[in-house]
Ligand binder design. Structure first.
Ligand SMILES: [Zn+2]
Length: 405
């Protein structure tokens, strides 16, 4: 234990003051340096406002985590992300493992110091990328062998190796390796994935040793409520620090997913954080918060920004629309981001039509701010027992707005 902290102190990952208090914190948190406190339950829904305390800082929930797959949020510098006041970002184990690799990250001290981000980091296990990006070669109970999408090299991920990779990165939250079949797979196939993911969760827990990195289990089960509950029950038995709902937004209709997300979220322990992976639209987030989900990530705000689509308080805005040519108002008058404080729709449209990368940067800053603000506003509403009114106002403000934009 002491060796662990001193090794990281030498690498510059933690200030000395953190090291001095960390041993006490470790005792407080039953041997793990993470604490989650539910500060308030909304009186009429399952929505909750909480505080997730991690080695690199506090994360008020509900929270949106900007996706920084390869150690950067596309089209944003770390200063831009700090300016949006994002308390945590997400990185991806598969991508960082392939490039730049654990050896280089350890040489740099840790992932935080390498990428210049001192707030919390959550890493996805990479399982989803192995199944979707890499050329999958072999999937057994032991692990998964795949061909890199970069140079075709063969690698094997096991539950154990993925935990050790994430511990080596020095992240605050790490995800177990899971099996994520397509939503359209038959029930038997999904049931096998549930069993295998549970087996892998147990092996991940058994090999997990770093108190700095908290391990989250992932509930699978497709759109089958019985499999989801079976998966949740098995994971709860492992007493992990937090639980995620995986395998949503993988091709199914969200209207089919909502009841399963609700049932699954409500089956998870009230005192632990719940993370809905890879979902979704602002509408999805507003709904899922009402089911008691605390954490979200999604590529939509950054990916849509690069395609000229902005999320605004009045709905979506497509910047290339000719009507914005001489529109000298901000993207969203209700937004206080750098892009909205400083520039007009007309100027950003001009940059976009001229293929200037600044257009993509400004729209990314705006969209990420919109998602973060949405979660901050949800949190305020929950603290005031006002989630239901927020929900109704949100859907009446954005209904049909896409067509008008
Ligand atoms: Zn803005």
């Amino acid at each position: 234990m002491e060796r662990f902290f001193y090794a990281h102190a030498a690498a510059g990952c933690f200030p000395l003051s953190f090291l001095l208090v960390s041993l006490t914190m470790e005792q407080l948190f039953h041997g793990r340096i993470m604490r989650f406190t539910v500060e308030h339950f909304d009186a009429r829904s399952g929505a909750r406002a909480g505080m997730l305390s991690l080695p690199h800082g506090d994360v008020p929930t509900p929270v949106f985590m900007p996706v920084g797959t390869q150690g950067t949020v596309k089209a944003m510098t770390m200063r831009d992300i700090e300016d949006t006041d994002a308390p945590i970002i997400l990185n991806n184990t598969y991508h960082l493992f392939l490039r730049p690799g654990l050896e280089l990250l350890e040489k740099a001290g840790c992932l935080h110091s390498f990428i210049g981000w001192q707030r919390p980091i959550l890493t996805d296990s990479g399982g989803f990328q192995v199944y979707s990006l890499a050329d999958l070669r072999k999937l057994t109970d032991e692990g998964v062998t795949f061909k890199s999408h970069i140079d075709g090299s063969l690698f094997t991920f096991t539950p154990e190796s993925v935990v050790k990779l994430q511990e080596g990165f020095g992240v605050d939250i790490m995800m177990q390796l899971d099996e994520c079949p397509a939503a359209t797979s038959d029930k038997e196939r999904i049931s096998r994935a549930v069993s295998r993911s549970l087996l892998w969760a147990e092996r991940s827990r058994d090999v997990w040793s770093s108190p700095q990195s908290s391990l989250f289990g992932i509930v699978q089960g497709g759109l089958h409520a019985d499999l989801r509950l079976q998966s949740a029950e098995g994971l709860i038995g492992l007493d992990l620090p937090g639980y995620a709902l995986g395998g949503f937004s993988v091709g199914e209709k969200m209207t089919d997913a909502y009841p399963v997300i609700e049932q699954t979220a409500r089956a998870l322990p009230r005192e632990k954080p719940r993370y809905l992976m890879g979902v979704g639209t602002p509408e999805d987030i507003v709904r899922a918060v009402g089911y008691g989900v605390d954490m979200f990530d999604c590529v939509l705000p950054t990916r849509c920004a690069r395609n000229g689509l902005c999320f605004c308080s009045h709905g979506k805005l497509r910047i290339k629309n000719a009507r914005y040519k001489d529109d000298f108002t901000p993207l969203d008058a209700a937004c206080s981001c750098y892009a909205c404080r400083t520039f007009t729709r007309g100027y950003i449209r001009h940059l976009y039509m001229a293929n200037e990368i600044t257009a993509l940067i400004l729209m990314t800053i705006h969209n990420v701010t919109y998602y973060l603000d949405l979660c901050r506003r949800l949190r305020q509403a929950i603290l005031q027992d006002d989630y239901q009114r927020f929900y109704e106002d949100f859907f009446s403000a954005t209904a049909g707005a896409d067509q008008k934009s």
